[in-house]
Design a protein around this ligand. Structure first.
Ligand code: PGA
Length: 251
């Protein structure tokens, strides 16, 4: 059975002290509460180890936002998947559109990152999504399909089954312009059909597909009520417990 998941992506925000304060606040807010989704926080690298020791990791998973496309060695400034795993973090966001656009991460690079993350025992949260021109010219389904094919479809079914996907239309990220619930459902159903054609109905059915792009307390319930939307990858609204908790509670 696929899981409902609400994952925060803090991006390049918060000092170590601010980040740990937020992790603790979320941990407190979730204590003794019954929630109907898995909660994950995606922190900068430097927060990972402290975040892991500040929360009950059975209730709040900790994710990195990237990892290196090399295993180890002379790659100044890089952080490997196995280093991330050594902090106790269990997830890694890969293929975010900001990484693709600003750091030129190609489908081939992302393919390597996914393999290294899986080898290190991390669960990738793999992001896909079209830019505005692609949607306006009706190419959004092709774009998303080719992003999935190019980086993920050489995985074995066993490995593919370990992934979480996140559909994030680039035009909705940080813009305040959310995809409509119908647009999200249409794309999520398309993604699931694409997975079913390659890996079969069972794996497709069991894959959590999150929506990302200006999701917030006001629209989360409607987005999550779609049959193929299994949660959210939340940027701006994950930066405070006040904004993030109602999204978690939307399930
Ligand atoms: P946003 O970011 O919620 O601030 O639009 C989502 C994301 O980039 O993951």
């Amino acid at each position: 059975m696929r899981k409902n998941i609400v994952a925060g992506n803090w991006k390049m925000n918060k000092s170590l002290q601010e980040g740990i304060a937020l992790a603790r606040e979320l941990n407190e807010a979730l204590k003794g509460k019954t929630v109907h989704c898995k909660v994950i926080i995606g922190t900068p690298y430097i927060h990972l180890s402290s975040a892991v020791s500040s929360v009950d990791t059975d209730r709040i998973g900790v994710a990195a936002q990237n990892c290196a496309d090399k295993e180890s060695g002379a790659y100044t400034g890089e952080v490997s998947a196995s280093m991330i795993a050594s902090t106790g973090a269990r997830y890694v966001i890969l293929g975010h559109s900001e990484r693709r656009a600003y750091y030129h991460e190609t489908p081939e690079i992302l393919k390597e990152k996914v393999k290294l993350a899986l080898t290190a025992g991390l669960t990738p949260i793999f992001c896909i999504g079209e830019v505005l021109e692609e949607r306006e010219s009706g190419k959004h389904f092709d774009t998303v399909k080719s992003q999935i094919e190019a980086s993920l479809f050489d995985l074995s079914p066993e490995d593919f089954a370990k992934l979480i996907l996140a559909y994030e239309p680039v035009w909705a990220i940080g813009t305040g312009r959310t995809a409509s619930p119908a647009q999200a459902q249409e794309m999520h159903a398309f993604i699931r059909r694409t997975l079913a054609a390659k890996y079969g109905e069972e794996i497709a059915d069991n894959t959590s597909i999150l929506y990302g792009g200006s999701a917030n307390a006001g629209n989360a319930k409607e987005l999550f009520s779609n049959p193929d939307v299994d949660g959210g990858l939340i940027g701006g609204a994950s930066l405070s417990a006040d904004k993030f908790m109602p999204i978690i509670e939307a399930f």
